[in-house]
Design a protein around this ligand. Structure first.
Ligand code: NAG
Ligand code: NAG
Ligand code: NAG
Length: 169
């Protein structure tokens, strides 16, 4: 289900383009170029630009050619949190399939327009070191030490008992 949805999104990415308005001035839009996050965690990043315009519209899309706002995609709709002016975006509960380029598009009330170069988000698996129960590693050594101690103590008690028995008889 999720995989097929992503395929649809990718096709949309390849076929649609962010259409530029007729008379616009280029706005420099900045966003982090790369971000590495672990599966299940969330990623927060910003889009920034300088304008004198008090009004602007900002949207985040999946790959820079897509037109659809990220939060409108089914696979993302419940996982995208946008800040008050949409400048800051948080994507929660990331999976490896979310490894994608996320782009910021801005249009200002002064007719300026700009696209960020995209933030490549890399979602990597959470590597857990196997904690073996018992043998091997530190716990294994501790277990062995306890076992030796137990045997030594047992032998000592047997010897002591046999001495007592001999003395009594
Ligand atoms: C975006 O990429 C272009 C081409 O590589 C580069 O000239 C431009 O400076 C970049 N923009 C930003 C804001 O980093
Ligand atoms: C995004 O920008 C806001 C306002 O400048 C700042 O408070 C916040 O820490 C930034 N977030 C990140 C992830 O850089
Ligand atoms: C996170 O995503 C996984 C699938 O990728 C899902 O099974 C799980 O329920 C999600 N967790 C939350 C807290 O949304």
């Amino acid at each position: 289900m999720k995989a097929s949805l992503l395929k649809i999104i990718i096709i949309q990415c390849l076929t649609s383009h962010w259409s530029a308005g007729a008379r616009t001035n280029i706005l420099t839009v900045e966003q982090p170029s790369f971000l590495k996050v672990t599966v299940g965690k969330s990623a927060t990043f910003n889009c920034s630009f300088v304008t004198v315009s008090p009004t602007f519209t900002l949207k985040w899309t999946l790959c820079c050619g897509d037109n659809t706002p990220l939060e409108k995609h089914l696979v993302y709709k419940d996982r995208v949190i946008l800040g008050p002016s949409y400048k800051e975006i948080t994507i929660i509960n990331l999976s490896e399939q979310d490894t994608e380029k996320y782009c910021c598009h801005v249009q200002t009330g002064h007719g300026e327009e700009g696209n960020g170069n995209g933030t490549l988000l890399q979602v990597v698996p959470d590597i857990k070191y196997p904690a073996g129960p018992g043998i091997g590693g530190c716990t294994g050594n501790l277990w062995l030490l306890m076992e030796i101690l137990r045997l030594v103590l047992l032998t000592f008690i047997i010897i002591l008992l046999s001495i007592i028995v001999k003395k009594l008889s």
